[in-house]
Design a protein around this ligand. Structure first.
Ligand code: NAP
Length: 307
């Protein structure tokens, strides 16, 4: 099997004993050959051409919960199974989302820069005034595993919760007092809007000139989902004009490239896609991907199929 070389140190050697592995670094193209499984990172595109070049492949075991780097139609047509790593990264990603919420609301990076620059002249009653969270509205665009975990963490902060999802979440509503609304209301009423839908043709570019114009002036936008959800140029314009209060991002359309105007825009907290980056979570993700391959090669169903 072909396995992303970058997970080598994260996998327990005992899990690999019966496997014949070719380690594939992320900067090398997907080769042609008779491998029966591939375990890619989310940065590797696995489409029709790659699958055609791997005619014996039976499973693509992505080391991520998102799977927008895999052409599902091409995989299904070739009867190739696709798996992801749901659940194990929910807490880590929800924690990082909260790190971005607090960093943007309380202007953490500006404060750090001020201290580091040596320009701080002392306490001032109007210095770096941020957004008080209690009583504000947190809008969740998507309320699956991660969206709900972010929502549950909002309760002690005294935030009012709104969410948009395709199906209602009665237990989440009971637990947190959240209300399901349509996207129009979500955009109009959120003081902080956090994105938790997967990247798909329906969600591509949902943050664009029109939706940004519907947001409250001074609102905060957070994205720890996928870069494809945002039109980065429109977002840069909204920041430059002071239309948005702040933006916290972990993901970008053309990672690792970031739109230069977005990089230069004021009031941003830009992270290098570290949502699931804890030792425990990354180990669990690697183990789950390998376990999916073992299950399928052993004639059993995949543990976490995406379709
Ligand atoms: P999930 O459990 O599948 O939740 C997805 C949510 O999005 C569900 O509530 C779903 O609605 C909703 N949704 C899907 N399509 C929609 C649409 N067109 N309109 C409105 N709502 C829609 O996924 P998850 O585990 O929470 O993960 C969410 C995403 O986070 C992943 O896809 C991945 O891209 C991203 N992620 C990023 C990082 C990172 O490192 N930054 C780490 C982990 C995950 P229903 O519940 O009604 O189906």
């Amino acid at each position: 099997m072909l396995v992303a070389a970058e997970i080598k140190n994260l996998v327990e050697p005992a899990q690999l004993t019966d496997l014949d592995i070719t380690w594939l670094p992320a900067d090398q193209p997907t080769p042609k050959g008779d491998w029966v499984a591939i375990v890619p990172l989310l940065s590797r595109w696995v489409g029709g051409t790659e699958l055609k070049n791997l005619p014996n492949v039976r499973i693509v075991a992505n080391v991520a919960v998102g799977y927008n780097n895999i052409d599902l139609v091409a995989a299904e047509m070739r009867k190739v199974l696709v798996t992801n790593t749901p659940g194990v990264l929910t807490d880590a990603t929800a924690d990082l989302t909260w790190a971005l919420i607090l960093a943007t609301a309380r202007r953490l990076i500006e404060g750090v820069d001020l201290v580091r620059s040596g320009q701080w002249t002392g306490w001032h009653p109007e210095q770096l005034l941020g957004l008080e969270l209690r009583g504000r509205t947190l809008g969740l665009f998507g309320a699956g595993r991660i969206g709900q975990a972010v929502g549950r963490r909002a309760v002690p902060f005294g935030l009012r919760l709104l969410y948009t999802a395709r199906t209602p979440k009665p237990e989440f509503e009971r637990e947190t007092g959240a209300t399901r609304v349509d996207p129009t209301r979500l955009f109009a009423e959120s003081d902080i809007l956090s994105l938790h839908v997967p990247a798909s043709p329906e969600t591509k570019g949902i943050i664009n000139i029109e939706s940004l114009a519907r947001m409250k002036r001074g609102a905060i936008l957070i994205n720890t989902s996928r870069g494809d959800l945002i039109r980065e140029e429109a977002l840069a314009t909204a920041l430059e004009r002071g239309q948005l209060g702040a933006v916290g991002l972990d993901v970008y359309t053309e990672e690792p490239a970031i739109h230069p105007r977005l990089r230069a825009a004021p009031r941003t907290v830009l992270l290098p896609h570290i949502g699931s980056a804890t030792e425990e979570t990354r180990r669990k993700m690697a183990a789950m991907a390998i376990a999916n391959v073992q299950s399928v090669l052993g004639g059993k169903p995949p543990l976490t199929p995406v379709y």
